[in-house]
Design a protein around this ligand. Structure first.
Ligand code: PBG
Length: 328
């Protein structure tokens, strides 16, 4: 191929033609909106590190759901912030946990909402780790996955449409699948946070969920972003253990992993545009340094181009609105 016979600009000059040949799409159906449900608060509160996102009391959490649904977003992922934490994260797997109550409440008000729950102990343990600790402070992987499976079962029995384990313990997908199946929930899908990296991009979320570890960090279970081949191991294990959807997290800095998953597995692939990615765009836009709408949309299209079917994003309802405006 060479100039002057080949002129790639011929396909770019006319906006009608550009619209005809695009091969990457984005629709509200691709989006999952994360919501924080907080126990024992009466009013919603702004989350200061995540402008535009709120802590919701159970009694009002149907409001953002209904509003997003009016804009075309139907899927949500719920994060719970409990009233009390302990060494075993006991509120996590309680049938009356903040997430279980939120599930029943939303179901009553918005029966058509597709409700996914984040399954992880970190917001429920007093030490803030995603699994149980042994006396010496190390992670007790194998007893943690029993509790994580019980948490998933509690959510499923309270009406979740799908569970999404984010703890990164070994064997948790198999443990969850097994417990769901023995309780007759054979058709409930699991979206696994499969390639989840130990990332500084989760900073604002830890304020939102009150889930920062007291001592140490999460490098003993979340993945090392300097070890690329490890992702294939996690994808393969999670599929073998029964995961239905594989997720990569964070998003923009990890699109190579989205592509890797897309190229190797036929199952749906999800990607999480995490709190730090959201807040960085918000902060730069507030300063007038970038155009929020343009940068947010460009990032989400890039995730779709890399091969993501689903995107978890705090921009979800806003994006649905932008896409609607672009059409009209
Ligand atoms: C819980 C969990 C985290 C996120 C999703 N589930 C935090 C963490 O692993 O520290 C991060 C989401 C975000 O930053 O938006 N384990």
């Amino acid at each position: 191929m060479s100039f002057p016979v080949h002129r790639p600009r011929r396909l770019r000059i006319d906006s009608r033609l550009r619209g005809m040949i695009r091969d990457v799409s984005l629709s509200p159906a691709n989006l999952i909106y994360p919501l924080f449900v907080v126990d024992q608060i009466a009013e919603p509160h702004e989350i200061s590190a995540m402008p535009g996102q709120k802590h919701w009391p159970v009694a009002l959490v149907h409001e953002p759901v209904a509003e997003a649904m009016r804009k075309g977003v139907i899927a949500f992922i719920l994060f719970g912030v409990p009233s009390a934490k302990d060494a075993h994260g006991s509120q996590a797997y309680d049938a009356d946990s903040v997430v279980c109550r939120a599930l029943r409440h939303i179901r009553q008000h918005c029966p058509q909402a597709y409700l996914i729950t984040d399954v992880c102990l970190c917001a429920y343990t007093d030490h803030g780790h995603c699994g149980m600790l042994k006396d010496d402070g190390s992670i007790d992987n194998d007893s943690s996955i029993d509790l994580i499976a019980r948490m998933a079962l509690a959510h499923a029995q309270a009406g979740a449409d799908m569970v999404a384990p984010s703890d990164m313990m070994d064997g948790r997908i198999g443990a969850i699948r097994n417990l769901l199946d023995t309780n007759g929930l054979v058709d409930l899908p699991i979206m696994s946070y499969s390639a989840k990296y130990a990332s500084a991009f989760y900073g604002p979320f830890r304020e939102a969920a009150g889930s920062a570890p007291g001592k140490g960090d999460r490098s003993g279970y979340q993945m090392d972003f300097r070890f690329a081949r490890d992702a294939m191991v996690e994808f393969e294990l999670d599929l073998e253990e029964g995961a239905d959807i594989l997720m990569v997290k964070p998003g923009l800095a990890y699109l190579d992993m989205v592509k890797l998953a897309r190229d190797n597995f036929p199952c749906p692939i999800a990607v999480y545009q995490v709190s730090g990615e959201y807040s960085m765009i918000k902060a730069a836009a507030e300063k007038g340094w970038v155009n929020e709408r343009a940068v947010a949309l460009e990032s989400l299209y890039a995730m779709r181009r890399a091969g993501a079917d689903l995107i978890l994003t705090y921009f979800a309802p806003q994006v649905a609105e932008w896409l609607q405006e672009a059409k009209s």
